[in-house]
Design a binder for this molecule. Structure first.
Ligand code: ADP
Ligand code: ZN
Length: 621
């Protein structure tokens, strides 16, 4: 069937099958679509990779007029439009990357009703010129993507988003659908309040069953990262997040020196170079070459819809669970296994607390940031299921993931919990004694030296070898002491004074511990056996469809063919077909167009454009 005006499908199911090539809706996709088609407002909360796009694309196709998609991600609009064009949807974008002539052409197409979807950057949309243009068009809906950007308390706040409330007044009759993967309740409320009217809220489960969460002790983070990539993800695409720009540069250089192709990305770089790195990351690895590891600050990644990111590593802890969930969520959008791996240590706690305390924000914001950080620390320190904790943060109850194929580290090998109450008391009294005897404070290193009875220039100078706490902690190593201290700082029992050389001070909460009224449990660091290569490949094979060697050869040929098509069309290969679709083709080896049509990801337009070429490749194999 060739898609023309007259054969264009008119129901949600028909669009799903004929245009997008999928056989069934996921979760509540159909409900959202029906609600919006009927003219209702909707708030859609779904994790990354959950399938949000279809919930506004299909209503835009079914309703009269053009669907206006507001997205802050200029760099990605082009790929989104390309992907829609591939399936035969008439889409275009308006943003600052267009020349005046190109923009005029799109505006003309809009006026004459030739577009199904138009992507517009928020600052462009709010210009009077664009608003007037939209006033002249028949509008199917407004879709506000990454809607959490409207939240002033959130981590991605964008002032332009604040003005979007104007749409409600100016285009009251046009349904609005706001979408986000950030789901905490305050953000949800803020989106509703600012952008929507009587919106129906659709909340999907935020579980990402294909992601394995692991948080390891930070020792030598770069070496740990290198080992992790070499052992578990050689040649695969991944993202490494660091807090500081210079760490990003250093880590990228370090990986390259050790034979792993890596690119840096942070806001301090020239924007053209940044865009170039993003482009290379999105397109690498598909034509048989190695994938690229992107080393980045959190400036990178929002809206990145590269499906085959196999790991997201954090060398520094994010400042909130929302941030962690969103960043790790960029892995495994294709549904195949992906690792969320983080190194975590005392320095992370100190650093994040410091950022909050020394920040410019007002007291209310600092309190909020501090409680968000505490939730993140709770997740990092947890001895029980990470997934349960993560989902609980978003208000979702769940069972430990021990039986999952991608169980979290704690479920996979439960950590030994150590009753560290006695060591904690020793540490607290040591801080107390040192501070009292010298009348000023000391930082962690010195306190631990005193505990362990290590004679240094300082212990001599300050007469601390005469203290009753000198040497009372010789039974534990420095790493263990840092672990106890980290827990004390995480629980606000000890404070770090950032204005004064990071010296340690006791808080009021210390008294209960010293008096033996409060216990302290710490997870014992166990060096987790890295998953061996064998296990890794079996994991990989179990994803989607396992390929035999003949199928594997066909799969590779299909990929090579796809790389050629992608190059010719100037789009990333996954816009042509996802790996999962090619893999299914390689296994099923359909012998006719009819059989090919039945494969998930093959819609009418792709069948028409590529069907013959694919059948030829199969016949040759
Ligand atoms: P997000 O929620 O992150 O915006 P997307 O809309 O990009 O997610 O969808 C993620 C992937 O899932 C895409 O490749 C999309 O084509 C695919 N997808 C979405 N809905 C379905 C479905 N009903 N059946 C099969 N694949 C789907
Ligand atoms: Zn678990």
């Amino acid at each position: 069937m060739k898609l023309t005006e007259s054969t264009w499908p008119s129901t949600a199911d028909a669009v799903l099958g004929t245009v997008f090539g999928y056989d069934r809706f996921r979760g509540f996709q159909r409900e959202v679509i029906e609600h919006v088609v009927a003219g209702g407002d909707a708030l859609v909360l779904m994790p990354t990779g959950g399938g949000k796009s279809l919930t506004y694309q299909i209503p835009a196709l079914l309703r009269e007029g053009v669907g206006v998609v507001i997205s802050p991600l200029i760099a990605l609009m082009q790929d989104q439009v390309a992907a829609l064009s591939e399936v035969g949807v008439r889409a275009a974008f308006l943003n600052s990357t267009l020349t005046a002539a190109q923009a005029a052409r799109t505006e003309q197409a809009l006026r004459s009703g030739e577009l199904d979807l138009v992507y517009i950057a928020p600052e462009r949309l709010m210009g009077e010129r664009t608003l007037r243009l939209l006033g002249e068009c028949k509008l199917a809906l407004f879709a506000i993507d990454e809607a959490h950007c409207v939240s002033q308390w959130g981590h991605d706040f964008r002032p332009e988003y604040g003005q979007l409330s104007l749409l409600r007044e100016r285009f009251a009759q046009v349904p609005r659908i706001a979408l986000t993967a950030t789901a905490d309740v305050p953000t949800r409320e803020e989106i509703r309040e600012r952008l929507l009217a009587d919106a129906r809220v659709f909340v999907a489960s935020f579980d990402r069953p294909n992601i394995r969460y692991r948080i390891v002790e930070k020792r030598e983070p770069r070496e740990q990262l290198l080992r992790f990539i070499r052992d578990e993800h050689p040649g695969e695409a991944g993202i490494v997040y660091c807090l500081a720009r210079n760490t990003v540069d250093e880590v990228a250089a370090f990986l390259n020196e050790h034979g792993i192709q890596a690119l840096p990305y942070h806001a301090g770089m020239d924007s053209a170079l940044r865009a170039e790195h993003q482009r290379r990351f999105l397109r690498a690895g598909e034509d048989g070459g190695n994938a690229i590891v992107m080393v980045a600050t959190i400036a990178f990644g929002m809206g990145i819809d590269k499906p085959d990111v196999r790991f997201v590593a954090h060398l520094d802890m994010p400042k909130s669970v929302e941030g962690y969930f969103q960043e790790t969520g960029r892995g495994g959008r294709d549904g195949e296994p992906s690792d969320a791996w983080m190194t975590y240590g005392l320095a992370d706690v100190v650093q994040q607390r410091r950022l909050i305390e020394l920040g410019e924000a007002d007291a209310q914001y600092k309190r909020l940031s501090s409680s968000k950080l505490d939730a993140m620390l709770g997740l990092a320190e947890a001895g029980d299921c990470r997934r349960v904790r993560l989902l609980a943060y978003f208000g979702e109850a769940s069972e430990p993931c021990a039986q999952h194929q991608n169980a979290c580290d704690n479920c996979l090998s439960p950590p030994a919990l150590w009753d560290a109450t006695e060591p904690a008391r020793k540490l607290l009294s040591c801080i107390y004694r040192c501070t009292q005897s010298s009348n000023f404070g000391f930082a962690a290193t010195h306190i631990i030296d005193v505990l362990r009875g290590k004679s240094t220039e300082k212990t001599v100078k300050f007469g601390h070898e005469a203290l009753s706490t000198f040497g009372i902690g010789a039974d534990l190593g420095e790493a263990e002491w840092r672990l106890v201290l980290r827990q004390l700082v995480a629980q606000h029992i000890v404070e770090v004074d950032y204005d004064h050389f990071n010296v340690l001070r006791l808080t009021d909460a210390a008294r209960a511990v010293l008096k033996g009224e409060r216990r302290l449990e710490v997870r014992r660091p166990t060096e987790k056996p890295a998953r061996g290569k064998r296990e890794r490949s079996s994991r990989r094979g179990s994803a989607a469809v396992a390929l035999g060697s003949a199928d594997e050869a066909l799969f590779e040929r299909l990929r090579a063919w796809r790389a050629g098509v992608a190059k010719e069309h100037g789009v990333p290969p996954y816009v042509v077909f996802h790996d999962a679709t090619l893999r299914t083709i390689a296994t099923a080896q359909p012998g006719s167009l009819e059989a090919l049509r039945g494969i998930s990801g093959v819609g009418e337009r792709k069948l028409e454009n590529y069907g013959a070429a694919i059948l030829r490749l199969i016949a040759e194999a």
